[in-house]
Design a protein around this ligand. Structure first.
Ligand code: NAI
Ligand code: MG
Length: 382
C-alpha cells in the first residue's frame, strides 16, 4: 500500500514541554504500518529558554520550516514570566497569528475509570462531561496591543490599557467551525455501536459565550456574528444558544453535562477550558489543536498544531512525572484534522484503555506512575 508521508514539526518549548513532546513523537512512530502513514520530523525551537539563549522567542526558522515544509506540528508549552521581560512575548500567541491558526479546539471529556481512587474517576461520577470548547485564536485581548501611559499631571497618574479587537471575519469563521464540529459530533453519536456507552447528549448544541451586556460593541459583534453564521441552513439541525460568560462559568461547574460545543472569543475560551479541565480531573488530560490555513496561500489545505492545554508546569518540571496524556490526545487531534481519523482513533483508544484500567496513572490523577511508565503502557496498548 502506498503510504502518506506527514512531516511534523516538533516544538517542545520549556519545562515539561520537553518531557511530553518526545512521547508525542514516539506514539506517531509506533502507529501500525497498516495505517499507511510515515512520519518525518523537524526539531524546532521556541520559548523562554530559546529567548534567553538567542534573543528570539520564536526564531524565524521555526516559522519558515513550519510554513514551508511541514504538514502539522506538536507544540509543548512555553514559560512566560508574569512580569514583563523586555523583548519577550509568548511565541505560541505569535505562531497562531503568523500561521493563521484561527481556531483552538479543546475537547474535554470525563474519563471512565475502574480505579475509583483516581481523581479522574471521582470527577466523572460527580459531573459527566463531554464537550468541545472552540476558542477563537487570533484576536480579542490577545492582539497584545497594550501600553502603559505615565500621566503625572492627572490624578491617579500612571495607567495601562489594552486593545480588545473582535472582527466579523474571525467571529464568523470560528462560529462556523463550532457548527461543523457540532454536526460532526452528532454524526459520530448516531453511528456509534449500540454496545458503546450512551452519549450524554441527544442533540447538537452550540453555546455562544460573550459578555455583550457590558462590552456591547466587541462582544456584541461576536455574539451577533456567531448567531448569523450559525443561522446558515446547513446548521438547521443544531440548536444555538448564547450565554454570558460569568454565568457560563457557574453553569459549567453546576451542570457541565448540558454543554456540547462552546464557542468563545480568545480570552474566555482560554479561561473556560482550564476550568473545564478541572471538571475531568487534571489539566494533564486535556488536549487542543490549533487549526487553520498554516499561512499558506491558496488551496484549502488544513494545518494543525497539536498542543496540550497545560503550560510548562515549573513546579513538576524535570521530575519525570508529567502526565503525557494531554499531549498524546493532542497528537490524535492533530491527526484527525489532517484527515487521519483512523490513526487518531487508535491513539485515543490506547489512552482510554490506560485510563479505564487506572493502574498506571501519573500523580496528578492520584497514581504513582512516571511519564515513562504511562507512555510505555499506552504504547503497549496501541
Ligand atoms: P500550568 O498549566 O503549567 O500548571 C498548572 C498546574 O497544573 C500545575 O500545578 C502543574 O503542575 C499542573 N500540570 C499542568 N500540566 C500537567 C501535566 N501534564 N501533568 C501533571 N500536572 C500538570 O500553568 P501555570 O503554572 O499557570 O503556568 C506555568 C507556565 O506555563 C507559565 O510561565 C505560563 O505562562 C506558561 N503557560 C504556557 C502555556 C502555553 O505554552 N501554551 C499555557 C499556559 C501556561
Ligand atoms: Mg491557557
Amino acid at each position: 500500500m502506498a503510504s502518506r508521508v506527514l512531516r511534523i514539526g516538533l516544538i517542545p518549548g520549556d519545562g515539561i514541554g520537553r518531557e511530553v513532546i518526545p512521547a508525542g513523537r514516539r506514539i506517531l512512530e509506533a502507529l501500525p504500518a497498516s495505517l499507511g502513514l510515515k512520519f518525518e520530523f523537524a526539531d524546532l525551537d521556541a520559548g523562554f529558554d530559546t529567548f534567553k539563549a538567542t534573543g528570539a522567542a520564536l526564531p524565524p526558522r521555526t516559522v519558515s520550516v513550519l510554513r514551508g515544509e511541514c504538514d502539522g506540528a506538536l507544540f509543548g508549552a512555553v514559560s512566560s514570566p508574569t512580569s514583563p521581560v523586555k523583548g519577550y512575548s509568548s511565541p505560541i500567541v505569535a505562531l497562531r497569528k503568523q500561521l493563521d491558526l484561527y481556531a483552538n479546539i479543546r475537547p474535554v471529556k470525563s474519563v471512565r475509570s475502574r480505579n475509583p481512587s483516581s481523581s479522574a474517576a471521582s470527577a466523572a461520577t460527580a459531573n459527566p462531561v463531554d464537550m468541545v470548547i472552540v476558542r477563537e485564536n487570533t484576536e480579542d485581548l490577545y492582539v497584545k496591543e497594550e501600553r502603559t501611559v505615565d500621566r503625572p499631571d492627572v490624578e491617579g497618574g500612571r495607567y495601562a490599557e489594552a486593545i480588545k479587537r473582535i472582527s466579523e471575519r474571525a467571529s464568523s469563521r470560528i462560529a462556523t467551525m463550532a457548527g461543523e464540529i457540532a454536526l460532526q459530533r452528532q454524526k459520530i453519536r448516531e453511528s456509534a455501536a449500540p454496545s458503546s456507552p450512551a452519549s450524554i447528549h441527544s442533540r447538537p448544541l452550540v453555546t455562544i459565550t460573550h459578555k455583550s451586556n457590558v462590552l456591547s460593541q466587541t462582544d456584541g459583534l461576536f455574539r451577533a456574528t456567531a448567531h448569523a453564521a450559525l443561522a446558515d441552513p446547513r446548521f438547521a439541525g443544531v440548536a444555538v444558544e448564547d450565554q454570558i460568560v460569568d454565568s457560563m462559568v457557574y453553569k459549567l461547574f453546576r451542570q457541565p453535562q448540558d454543554y456540547d460545543v462552546i464557542v468563545a472569543p480568545n480570552l474566555y475560551g482560554d479561561i473556560l477550558s482550564d476550568g473545564a479541565a478541572a471538571l475531568v480531573g487534571s489539566l494533564g488530560l486535556v488536549p487542543s489543536a490549533n487549526v487553520g490555513t498554516g499561512g499558506k496561500d491558496g488551496g484549502d489545505k488544513v494545518f494543525a498544531i497539536g498542543e496540550p492545554c497545560h503550560g510548562s508546569a515549573p513546579d513538576i518540571a524535570g521530575r519525570g512525572i508529567a502526565n503525557p496524556i494531554a499531549t498524546l490526545r493532542s497528537v490524535a487531534l492533530m491527526l484527525s484534522f489532517l484527515g487521519e481519523a483512523d490513526a487518531a482513533a487508535r491513539i485515543d483508544a490506547a489512552v482510554d484503555a490506560n485510563l479505564a484500567e487506572g493502574e498506571l496513572l501519573s500523580p496528578d490523577l492520584g497514581g504513582k506512575a512516571t511519564t515513562e511508565e504511562v507512555v510505555q503502557d499506552i504504547l503497549r496498548r496501541l
